[in-house]
Ligand binder design. Structure first.
Ligand SMILES: CCCCC/C=C\C/C=C\CC/C=C/CC(=O)SCCNC(=O)CCNC(=O)[C@H](O)C(C)(C)COP(=O)(O)OP(=O)(O)OC[C@H]1O[C@@H](n2cnc3c(N)ncnc32)[C@H](O)[C@@H]1OP(=O)(O)O
Length: 275
């Protein structure tokens, strides 16, 4: 649905390539060199192992396609992405948990370090891992006023890994990130704009896509090499920490997820969602 809208609305996607895996649709406008990656995993685009693998593989494909920019958005009504699939946290199989963790680390590294500029068009709620995906893009346009975004992990009784936290610090600064993270605060679109968690707020998705394209057009006169080097220098410390501590990070997540206290919190949170 959204893909069709983008094609019609911009009227520029004349020469486009379209690829659809079941949960993810990608469109490349060959003229503009802009790719659109649309998440479509009802009901809430929760990130399980298979979905993360699809996202990672599509990002790798875009690298080979040599695109000039990418828009990440959702085809679902009211939801950008609900974060990691919480059902995977409940009584998890440690092997699968480790695999999800590693795949999530790698997907994030691929998204955070793309050689092309990226825009998140946040057209719905975006808690936790959904917020991380958005924060990892170069620019965020959020549809308002009724959606929410934030890293709410403490509300589930779990801890956002260091790379989630550092990513938030990079976007909104140390003090605001510390308060946001410890309280697990979810921000409305207007609040998110006010603290700089998103760059623009617009009333509807049509405007959001247009703003995203406008942002990407800024790079028409920027050398791709200068862009990528600059981004690498900015993002290197956060990335390097994860590369150097991948196993430690994984061990921490798996160990804490298996603890009875965390399992109790996750169980209660899941029940509250079902209600
Ligand atoms: C096992 C993986 C571990 C691997 C670790 C990997 C890497 C290391 C990193 C991190 C470790 C810790 C970090 C975690 C980050 C996260 O992302 S945790 C996930 C946090 N997400 C949330 O808290 C979102 C909860 N959901 C909501 O707030 C709302 O659902 C919504 C998104 C705002 C939508 O509201 P709406 O009213 O429209 O819909 P419903 O609430 O009725 O939901 C519909 C349906 O979907 C189910 N559901 C919602 N969210 C999730 C989810 N994240 N995972 C799975 N299922 C979800 C909900 O239960 C309903 O189901 P139904 O009742 O059966 O219809």
């Amino acid at each position: 649905m959204l893909r069709r809208y983008i094609l019609n609305k911009t009227n520029t996607f004349i020469n486009y390539r379209y690829a659809s895996q079941s949960m993810l649709q990608s469109t490349i406008d060959d003229k503009l060199g802009i790719a659109t990656l649309v998440m479509n995993k009802p009901p809430v685009n929760s990130l399980n192992l298979e979905f993360l693998e699809e996202i990672k593989s599509q990002l790798t494909q875009f690298k080979n396609d040599k695109i000039r920019g990418m828009i990440l958005t959702s085809d679902l009504q009211k939801i950008f992405c609900a974060g990691l699939d919480i059902t995977e946290f409940s009584n998890p199989n440690p092997e699968r948990l480790s695999k999800i963790c590693t795949t999530f680390q790698d997907t994030w590294l691929a998204l955070y370090l793309t050689q092309f500029p990226t825009v998140a068009v946040i057209n719905g709620h975006s808690p936790a891992g959904g917020c991380l995906l958005a924060m990892s893009c170069d620019y965020r346009v959020m549809v308002g006023p009724n959606y929410t975004i934030g890293l709410n992990e403490t509300k589930l009784g779990i801890v956002a890994p260091k790379w989630f936290q550092d990513c938030m610090v990079a976007v909104i600064g140390q003090r605001k990130a510390e308060v946001s993270l410890t309280t697990g605060k979810m921000y409305t679109t207007d609040q998110a704009l006010q603290i700089g968690l998103v760059d623009e707020s617009v009333p509807d998705v049509d405007n959001a896509i247009n703003k995203g394209i406008q942002f990407l057009n800024n790079f028409q006169k920027i050398s791709p090499w200068a862009y990528k080097m600059t981004k690498d220098i900015r993002r290197q410390p956060t990335v390097q920490w994860l590369i150097d501590n991948k196993q430690k990070d994984l061990d921490f997540v798996v160990k804490s997820m298996m603890s009875p206290n965390v399992q109790k919190s996750i169980g209660l949170y899941l029940q509250s969602l079902k209600k």
